[in-house]
Write a protein that binds this ligand. Structure first.
Ligand code: 5IU
Length: 261
């Protein structure tokens, strides 16, 4: 078991507002479950978010998946986030130069910075992508996750690439709130302190999906891999009873965290 600090304590170690809010939310609500709501429409997403809201710390969206996305989307999700006490994470995976991501994050059809507390970015363009996103997000109190590792088979985000992501995060403690990672317990050097580790590719049965996704159990992700937040998609929204399934994942994730303290 990879032992670590409580969420309450880690809230005191970050300079990013979103990370502080998330650590405190997880401790208060006793959940480290993020649901990846990759459903077919915004309408379904909103129904799902209202049902599973009490179980989760984060609702993860892919706003370009929903054909019925409209200008009311953000406001509706923010209302649900306030009602159920969760945060919103648009999994946009920005990947362009700084100047371009300024527009993609603040403007366009989706205006992500207006409604999503958290978003994420590839570091393949270099640190300019962080500077660009920060120009938009920092004044709004947003947080950025860097993709240090991915859950898919054959990912190129490994070794030196992962180390470079860690070094870039260290240069932007006010805006970078953490990482998407799969095995941060194996990282060299200092532990992530106030930075949040979020891990996708989580399903109670393990296995994969035939398209490269690789699953670990919640217990393994938290206790062995050293993650802080489990990200679960199909394990919940494809279940016969998504609310019961969310409750089950929540318990598995929380029990694993408590036993890793
Ligand atoms: N996701 C991954 N792996 C990654 C990253 C994001 O699976 O490395 I970065 C997303 C894709 C999907 C969710 O939205 O996390 C996982 O969904 P399933 O639990 O349905 O596989």
């Amino acid at each position: 078991v990879f032992k670590r600090d409580s969420y309450e304590h880690r809230a005191t170690l970050t300079e990013n507002k979103c990370a502080k809010d998330l650590w405190n939310l997880m401790a208060r609500k006793k959940t480290n479950l993020c649901v990846a709501a990759d459903v077919g429409t915004a309408k379904e997403l909103i129904v799902l978010a209202d049902k599973i809201g009490p179980e989760i710390c984060i609702l993860k969206t892919h706003c370009d998946l929903y054909p019925d996305f409209d200008d009311a989307f953000g406001a509706t999700l923010l209302e649900l986030a306030a009602k159920h006490d969760f945060m919103i994470f648009e999994d946009r995976k920005f990947a362009d130069i700084g100047n371009t991501v300024v527009g993609q994050y603040s403007s366009g059809v989706h205006k992500i910075a207006d409604w999503s507390h958290i978003t994420n970015a590839h570091i393949v363009p270099g640190a300019g992508i962080i500077d660009g996103l920060k120009q938009v997000g920092l004044p709004k109190g947003r947080g950025l996750l860097l993709l240090a590792e991915m859950s898919s088979a054959g990912t190129m985000a490994k070794g030196q690439y992962t180390e470079d992501a860690i070094a870039m995060a260290a240069k932007h403690p006010d805006f970078v709130m953490g990482f998407i990672s799969t095995r941060p317990s194996a990282w060299k050097g200092a532990w992530s302190r106030g930075l949040v580790q979020m891990t996708p590719g989580v399903q109670l049965g393990g296995g994969g999906d035939g398209l490269g996704q690789q699953y670990n159990t919640p217990d393994r992700v938290i206790k062995e891999c050293g993650s802080d937040v489990i990200i679960v998609g199909r394990g919940i929204y494809k279940a016969a009873d998504p609310v019961a399934s969310a409750a089950e994942y929540r318990k598995a994730g929380w029990d694993a965290y408590v036993s890793a303290l």
